[in-house]
Design a protein around this ligand. Structure first.
Ligand code: PEP
Length: 259
């Protein structure tokens, strides 16, 4: 019997938004979702603001329904001398339920490796946070016919941190060349990547567990292209960057994912 997966749409606000703007943004998003009849629908909606806005946005979310709080990263240790880092217990304390792990900007600009990603993933799972694990190839890797190899290495590397099972795990296929460029992948590329990802998940956790893991597409998702991804069998939603800063656009993406 086919497993029914509840779709997920997550907004990555990156390093955008001072505290007051972040609160206003999520309040506007709640209104837009309501207006479109997408509040509390059969889809999980998550916003991942910068750390400084987590408390404010979390407070705002207590007044609304159907939006969860996520963070953009976490450290693998619970506490200690790790200047500039943030831990799982700290995120849980401010109400986070989700956390992005291994985003390509972390890999590209902050030296994240498959090993550090796997440790961060392990920490998220240990603290009951639902990780959104990002994998994806660069344009050069794609042109060199190495997409499959890159996704396999990244995913196997990261999953070394998930020996206890994939409870709550989502994987986002985010081709690096599609992030913030306005040049999204095609639906069939996302589906092919999702099939590979699910096969690798099955190799690690078995087919039954793998069938329950949500696989998202991310990379220049907008209201006018989300339909192409949302209709792919193995794609269960989206990780949205730029368009998540526009409440109307993000709500419209959620509405379309709801179907
Ligand atoms: C992202 O940062 O994860 C992302 C997908 O960004 P954008 O939607 O802006 O391409």
């Amino acid at each position: 019997m086919a497993v029914k997966r509840r779709p997920l749409v997550a907004g990555n606000w990156k390093m955008h938004g001072l505290r007051s703007r972040s609160s206003a943004l999520v309040a506007d998003l709640a209104k837009e979702l309501e207006r479109l009849g997408a509040t509390g629908g059969p889809v999980d909606v998550v916003v991942c603001p910068p750390y400084t806005a987590l408390c404010d946005v979390g407070r705002e979310l207590q007044r609304t329904r159907g939006i969860d709080l996520g963070a953009q990263n976490l450290h693998w240790e619970d506490k200690g001398a790790f200047t500039g880092e943030i831990s799982g217990p700290m995120l849980v304390e401010v109400g986070c339920r989700y956390v992005i792990v291994g985003h390509s900007e972390r890999r590209q600009f902050f030296g994240e490796t498959d090993e550090s990603v796997s440790r961060r993933l392990g920490a998220a799972l240990r603290h009951g946070l639902q990780p959104i694990l990002c994998v994806g190839e660069t344009w050069e890797e794609r042109e060199g016919g190495r997409t499959e190899e890159v996704l396999t290495t990244q995913l196997r590397g990261a999953l070394a941190g998930a020996d206890g099972g994939p409870a709550g795990l989502s994987v986002a296929y985010e081709p690096v060349w599609a992030i913030g460029t306005g040049r999204a992948a095609q639906g069939r590329d996302a589906q092919a990547a999702a099939v590979l990802i699910r096969t690798l998940l099955a190799e690690k956790f078995g087919p039954k567990e793998a069938a329950g893991v949500r696989i998202l597409y991310g990379g220049s998702v907008k209201p006018d292209n989300i339909g192409e991804f949302a209709t792919q069998f193995d794609v269960d939603g989206a990780l949205v960057g730029g368009a998540s800063l526009d409440p109307g656009a993000f709500a419209e993406i959620v509405r379309q994912v709801m179907g």
